[in-house]
Design a protein around this ligand. Structure first.
Ligand SMILES: Nc1ncnc2c1ncn2[C@@H]1O[C@H](COP(=O)(O)OP(=O)(O)OP(=O)(O)O)[C@@H](O)[C@H]1O
Length: 609
């Protein structure tokens, strides 16, 4: 008996639409068909467990083969199979309505979101028609006495269904899906291409997948196990299984495992991040019941944790909707919050349990932590207790420890603690040394995010301000009530100022005569903290209002120390040459003396000697 029929009654032919619009993602047909084969296998296993199937399970592999000559791809399973009636129900009706739903959604979606829908919609069985001009199903149900069911469809809405006997009868239980590859889909007859697709999507499926006799997958990846069953070696080994090209060892990891209010398992690895450029290399992979979905996890994982590596597996992430929907999805929001909390908890326990070990890792994790603090209030609140600040003697402090550490020496006249820092200990060596000599401590903030981090700390930590060591002469960095008396009269100061202005002859240099200690340098070049910081922020992408500061030319303060003997000598001699020399020395100390000016300086130095 052979039956023919029509799948569609109420809608236009959907196959051309599937084919045309899914163009960029044709390869997922294999993921869909192999997943169906795995589902069918697992359903049989669970029937066997429940005693509803008592026959031999036998070897339950899913086999994928390709016959280039005959232009055929076959996906075979030994799962529960389908009777002809079941094919009518599941393939003609259910699978078809899935595909129809996809097309409807697709048509409703605006142009920009179309790409997203394609990647995230499990199109199911009918995705076969993206690459095949004809699809056959040969199936034999596990139910005793079942006949072979044979279904053929050529991509139109017509199908035929029969129950062949004799030589065409299927010997074994299960389903073979045979794709007759379309003329424009030759790439899928290529063995390497198919192996690549299987490795990408099926690497961790729970049933053995064999392609051309070779096993593709690891059926029980460690994220499906309990942390108590696993050793550090297991985690490291799995890291390399995920990222075969990575040479580095992960620093540490977090095993995620939650089943309420959503279902999620996974492992997140903290990589070494010494080199900021290679950060994104290994992306977090998103799975749904061990089927690879995507490594674009932007909306599922908080932005700052995208620097991490690893896997997340959740059947609760709605993969069949557009990205804008995903962003607003309550389950996704909860997942985000959960992951952030887990990461904070892990860091906190590492910090508490093994401070020394944690400090050793700080160089690698500091950036995550700072990035997280800057981008997520809740994370800041947790991380403020384990974020570390490093001083120029390479000692590490928590924020609280540090404010405690400097508060006796570094309070200004308004009772504000002034935290001093350098962003380049080499270049600002003179300023750092001067500050230390005065008993101050100097922090090192030399990473990309640090200008923003400094800004954040200043807002969050009460009664604290931050100043870069070269923001003012050391005796003025922390303003106290006491003032140093100038030994010069006002007239003398004006005269001195004029001498320097003429000698320097540069409008960007603002000359100020100030009474400092005779031990301070005769001339000092500094840059106002506020202006410099705005320019820094603008350079590192502060955006918005910061833009305008970038347009200002750099300007500097030149502080002439009225109480320095050399300055008094310059005043007495009216020596512009000496003034210029003293100014150049100050430039030299800031690493700002270059080119022609440097040559002149060397020449003048020889003359003066
Ligand atoms: N290899 C198979 N063995 C047994 N039944 C199958 C097989 N492939 C498909 N089916 C049946 O056909 C139905 C429809 O498959 P289809 O892939 O379109 O949708 P789905 O698997 O239910 O959902 P999804 O859209 O997530 O793929 C399945 O639910 C299953 O009952």
């Amino acid at each position: 008996m052979k039956e023919t029929g029509s799948i569609s009654i109420h809608t236009e032919n959907i196959f051309p639409i599937i084919k045309k619009f899914l163009y960029s993602d044709h390869e997922i047909f294999l993921r869909e068909l192999v997943s169906n084969a795995v589902d069918a296998t697992q359903k049989l296993q669970s029937l066997a467990r429940q005693g509803e199937f008592t026959g031999e399970l036998g070897e339950l592999k899913v086999r994928v083969t390709v016959d280039k000559e005959a232009r055929k791809i076959t996906i075979s399973d030994r799962g529960l199979g389908m009777t002809a009636e079941e094919i009518k129900k599941y393939i003609n009706q259910i699978a078809f309505s899935g595909a129809t739903e996809f097309v409807e959604k697709y048509k409703e979606t605006d142009a920009n979101a179309k790409d997203q829908i394609i990647g995230q919609f499990g199109l199911g069985f009918y995705s076969a028609f993206m690459v095949a001009k004809e699809v056959e199903i040969w199936s034999k149900s596990y139910k005793e006495g079942s006949a072979t069911a044979h279904w053929v469809c050529d991509g139109s809405t017509e199908f035929s269904l029969d129950e062949p006997t004799g030589e065409h009868e299927k010997a074994e239980r299960g389903t073979d899906v045979v794709l007759h590859v379309a003329d424009d889909s030759d790439e899928f007859l290529d063995e390497t291409r198919l192996r690549g697709i299987l490795t990408k999507y099926c690497k961790f499926l729970p049933v053995t997948i064999e392609f051309e006799g070779e096993v593709i997958n690891n059926t029980d990846p460690i994220w499906t196990k309990q942390p108590s069953e696993l050793s550090d070696e297991d985690y490291k080994k799995f890291y390399h299984e995920l990222y075969p090209l990575s040479l580095d060892e992960p620093l540490f990891w977090i095993h995620l495992n939650v089943d309420y209010p959503f279902n999620l398992t996974g492992i997140l690895y903290f990589p070494k991040v010494k080199d900021e450029l290679q950060l994104q290399r290994n992306k977090i992979q998103l799975y749904s019941r061990q089927v690879f979905i995507t490594d674009e996890v932007k909306d599922v994982v908080p932005e700052f944790l995208m620097l991490l590596h690893g896997v997340i597996d959740s059947p609760d992430i709605p993969l069949n909707v557009s990205r804008s929907f995903l962003q607003a999805d309550a389950a996704v929001k909860k997942i985000n919050t959960y992951i952030t909390k887990k990461v904070a908890d892990k860091l906190s326990s590492l910090f508490k349990q093994d401070r020394a070990g944690y400090e050793e890792k700080w160089g690698d994790i500091g950036m995550f932590v700072k990035y997280g603090m800057l981008s997520d209030e809740k994370f800041y609140d947790k991380a403020k207790d384990f974020a570390l600040l490093q001083n120029t003697d390479e000692k590490l402090f928590t924020i609280n420890e540090y404010t405690e550490h400097v508060q006796t020496n570094q309070k200004d006249k308004n009772d504000t603690t002034v935290v001093l820092y350098t962003n380049d200990a080499e270049a600002q060596h003179g300023y750092v040394a001067a500050a230390k000599e005065r008993g101050y401590d100097v922090l090192l903030f030399d990473q990309v995010l640090d200008p923003h981090f400094v800004g954040q700390l200043e807002q969050k930590v009460e009664k604290t301000s931050f100043k870069r060591v070269d923001a003012a002469p050391v005796s003025h960095l922390i303003e106290k009530d006491e003032t140093t008396e100038s030994v010069l009269s006002e007239d003398e100061q004006t005269k001195l100022s004029d001498t320097f202005k003429t000698a320097i002859a540069n409008d960007a240099m603002h000359v100020k005569v100030t009474a400092l200690s005779p031990q301070d340098a005769p001339v000092l070049i500094t840059q106002n903290e506020f202006m410099r910081r705005m320019k820094d922020m603008q350079r590192t992408g502060g955006g918005g209002g910061m833009q305008m500061f970038g347009a200002f030319p750099d300007s500097f303060d030149v502080t002439v120390n009225a109480n320095h003997p050399l300055v008094q000598k310059i005043l007495a001699d009216g020596g512009e040459k000496l003034a210029k020399q003293a100014f150049d020395l100050a430039l030299l100390a800031q690493g700002m003396l270059k080119g022609e000016a440097l040559t002149q300086f060397v020449k003048r130095s020889t003359e003066l000697l």
